[in-house]
Design a protein around this ligand. Structure first.
Ligand code: SF4
Length: 388
């Protein structure tokens, strides 16, 4: 076990040491009941970053495993949306995208092109923006037929909704609506992975949806669920709370990130989303269709839907194929079934500079986080010794 001397804990070393001692004591108690392994899922990519970058796995007692969840919006955006955006960009429609989605590799090549970055390199109309408002300003200035690749979770959708409600969208501006909802994906991951003993629920998303959104999941599966902040100490405190609930056999939702999250969330933001968008069954890259896990435009706003305007039909669940390139195991990485180092392509065919799969692109993607932290050497060694 690593000594708690890393730079993260330097200012809070004593508190971190106390938390580790509490974790160890709780774990000893839990083991008395015959439990040998616990699996805690970090739903959110930013929590995976904290866990990996600060080496939290290495200071936890043996038997407690932390796994990644599907909480990286870039990773789970179906290839179909990227392919549609590439097609439009090559046809001269300006596509606005965030920087990480710009590099997101599609499964199918469109006219030899596999990402928006490549589309731009061959003359396609692609513009990177930091926000929807930047895209709107640019489109107003240039009066260009445009499309915004609207990926994201519940956190990003209030801005899209308010821009539409305030009638700020230029005439020739449309949205590729690829928004996804997080609690249904967490439920999917729990079912697929077989057993999850605790969930560290996403802090950013919960500022909008509130703690109450996680209650049905926690109650249905009896899973301790802690909405956590993103500092290493936040994550350690959340682990303490999860272990305490397991020890007391009293699973429930607790908000650790009280400085930003309330029980009911941001009611005004939820109202705005609900005015413009409605829930629908939706595909997640590498996972397939998940009931009630996506947004689509409500009837009165459908004229803003890019796919509708350009006559691009979304695949139905029956037509949906598994949308990862051959060999990519992102579908297992994002439900915590495997660690990034268990993908044979990790840091070989697939690296942060040459991403082959979607989890290697964004700073919130599990494979990219492991690659950039360099911890893969440590974990690969551990994995190999456990296989010997
Ligand atoms: S290392 Fe690359 S190919 Fe393998 S699962 Fe991760 S993103 Fe996919």
């Amino acid at each position: 076990m690593r000594d708690i001397t890393s730079k993260v804990f330097r200012s809070n070393r004593e508190l971190a040491a106390k938390l580790i001692k509490i974790i160890e004591a709780l774990w000893r108690n839990i083991k008395l009941n015959g439990v040998e392994q616990l699996k805690i899922m970090n739903f959110c990519g930013t929590h995976e970053y904290t866990t990996t970058h600060y080496g939290l796995r290495s200071i936890l007692p043996e038997g407690i495993d932390m796994v990644a969840g599907p909480g990286c919006p870039v990773c789970v955006t179906p290839s179909f949306y990227v392919e549609s955006a590439i097609k439009l960009a090559l046809e001269g429609v300006r596509v606005y995208t965030y920087g990480d989605a710009y590099r997101l590799p599609a499964v199918k090549k469109i006219e030899g092109v596999r990402s928006l970055a490549e589309a731009r390199a061959v003359g396609g109309e692609v513009q990177i923006v930091y926000s929807l408002l930047d895209a709107v300003k640019d489109a107003v200035k240039d009066k260009k037929e445009s499309v915004f690749l609207a990926i994201g979770f519940e956190t990003t959708y209030p801005v899209y909704a308010s821009t539409i409600i305030k009638d700020m969208v230029p005439e020739d501006f449309r949205f590729i609506v690829a928004g996804r909802l997080t609690p249904p994906a967490a439920e999917y991951a729990i079912n697929k992975v077989g057993r999850v003993d605790g969930i560290i629920a996403p802090g950013h998303v919960s500022t909008i949806i509130g703690g109450e959104a996680w209650k049905p999941l926690s109650e249905k599966y009896n899973i301790p669920t802690v909405i956590s902040g993103f500092e290493p100490l936040d994550v350690l405190i959340s682990i303490v709370e999860i272990l305490r609930q397991i020890d007391e056999r009293r699973p429930r939702v607790v908000i650790e990130y009280t400085r930003a999250v309330s029980w009911s969330g941001n009611i005004a933001a939820k109202k705005m989303i609900n005015q413009v968008f409605e829930e629908c069954d939706a595909a997640w890259r590498g996972l397939g269709f998940i009931p009630k896990s996506g947004y689509r435009m409500r009837q009165q706003y459908q004229e803003l839907d890019a796919l509708r305007k350009y006559g691009i039909a979304e695949p139905s669940p029956a037509d949906w194929s598994y949308d990862l390139s051959p060999g990519c195991r992102c579908g297992e990485v994002i439900i915590g079934k495997i660690k990034p180092v268990e993908c044979p392509l990790f840091m070989k065919k697939c690296t942060p500079n040459t991403p082959y799969g979607p989890c290697m692109v964004s700073s919130e993607g599990a494979c990219s986080i492991w690659a950039r932290a360099g911890t893969f050497r440590f974990h690969r060694k551990q994995l190999h010794s456990s296989l010997d």
